[in-house]
Design a protein around this ligand. Structure first.
Ligand SMILES: *Cc1c(COP(=O)(O)O)cnc(C)c1O
Length: 403
């Protein structure tokens, strides 16, 4: 083990197992370490760096704000936050926002708002939360309890109660799951961490129907799928199903930490003065960067560019897989792609990342059996070409070692 990893292990709680490559700078879709070794980034900081690394407009937004005003807390209005709220509202079906520092906090805010709205409007019996197996909503105790992956709950009992999990994309059991006591149904339009699995339109339409029928809130967790990732500003826009509330984060700040809960007017009374809060949420630095990111991402050039880049990826990956036959399926929307390993390679998606780094390309996994690609929405075409060449070498070595 090299020195920096030894030091890391000495000082960090053992929650991550970082890879060997230690980037010290980034530009566009390329990362560099201290020795100027360069890696093409198909991971995008886990679907965060929507505009790549060191985008000049984001640097300008951050540094301008840095010389102006860093933090005032929410006891006062800050203008960059107001501007971002206006943009989010005028470009979506929502009316109000609450800013957070992360995706988990945006989810948590939505769950709390829904429970309080139901309690105040209908009574305390209406508190049930419905979510789906294999779903992911973040890492606070509440978020892992609502999430549908038991490995993230192990050892943390007792978990918050009143949560029921259904089977994602199974319409037949929904009638048993959602009832008069349900306060909120939360779902990812595409399960991200769970392996890049898209909700079917029928599933989301049925959820919408049942939430209307039983007067409960439908929440989309678009922390990963939002801000242009699927070629629309938010993934719900692909489905024609409007949720009542929505969580956003990841690419919202395109690298600067920020999250947001978006809420329709009808449910905005779930929070009143004092019901919820955050010291940093909507911080001027975060919202200034997010404003600049929003102005770029919410344009036909970038959103159409996502679809164009997607087509290049799909074409090249399909051809490559015909040659190496590593994956049984290539799926996902926009630039959120999932490649599911053949059964004989079960559990090796993380191993593949290590081999990729040796060959100069950074990929991700989503579950142990799926390779995930979530590159910058503006990744240059030549970086796609070169990255796929490196990914080809990666898969060839993978097959040599594990085939
Ligand atoms: C990443 C993610 C979260 C958690 O966001 P953090 O910023 O890590 O707290 C929540 N929901 C979904 C769908 C995510 O992909």
């Amino acid at each position: 083990m090299n020195k920096i990893h030894q030091e890391y292990n000495k000082y960090f709680l053992n929650t991550y197992g970082p890879f060997d490559f230690v980037p010290v700078s980034g530009a566009g879709s390329r990362l560099y370490d201290e020795d100027c070794k360069e890696v093409i980034d198909f991971a995008g900081g886990i679907a965060v760096n929507g505009l790549g690394h060191s985008h000049p407009k984001l640097i300008k937004a951050l540094t301008n704000q840095a010389s102006c005003l860093w933090h005032v807390s929410n006891i006062m209005i800050n203008k960059p936050a107001l501007e971002l709220a206006r943009k989010l509202v005028s470009n979506t079906c929502f009316d109000k926002v609450f800013f957070t520092n992360s995706g988990t906090e945006a989810v948590e805010a939505g769950l709390k708002l829904a429970r309080r709205y139901a309690a105040v409007t209908y009574g305390k019996h209406k508190n049930k939360i419905v979510s789906f197996l294999n779903g992911f909503h973040g890492r606070t105790l509440f978020a892992v309890s609502v999430g549908g992956q038991s490995q993230y709950q192990e050892g943390f009992a007792p978990l918050p109660g009143g949560i029921c999990h259904g089977v994602f994309n199974d319409i037949t059991k929904l009638d048993e799951l959602i009832d008069d006591n349900t306060a909120i149904v939360i779902v990812e339009p595409i399960q991200g961490e769970g392996g890049i699995i898209s909700a079917t339109p029928e599933f989301l339409i049925k959820l919408r129907e049942l939430c209307d029928k039983f007067s409960c809130i439908l929440m989309f967790d678009e922390v990963q799928t939002g801000m242009g990732r699927t070629g629309k500003l938010f993934a719900y826009m692909n489905y024609g199903v409007e949720p009542d509330i929505l969580s956003s984060a990841k690419a919202l700040g395109s690298g600067f930490p920020i999250g947001a809960l978006l809420v329709k007017n009808k449910f905005s009374t779930g929070f009143e003065i004092g019901s919820h809060g955050s010291t940093f949420g909507g911080n001027p630095l975060a919202t200034s960067v997010a404003n600049a990111a929003f102005d770029m991402i919410n344009t036909p050039e970038i959103l159409d560019g996502v679809i164009k880049r997607r087509q290049i990826f799909i074409k090249k990956l399909t051809k490559l897989n015909q040659e190496v036959n590593v994956y049984k399926e290539i799926r996902g929307e926009g630039l959120l792609l999932g490649l599911e390993l053949h059964d004989k390679y079960n559990g090796l998606a993380r191993e593949l990342i290590k081999i990729g780094l040796k060959h100069g390309v950074l990929i991700l996994n989503a579950s142990p059996n799926v390779t995930r690609l979530a590159p910058s929405l503006i990744i240059p075409i030549e970086d796609i070409d070169e990255g796929i060449d490196r990914f080809t070498n990666t898969l060839l070595e993978f097959v040599r070692v594990h085939g």
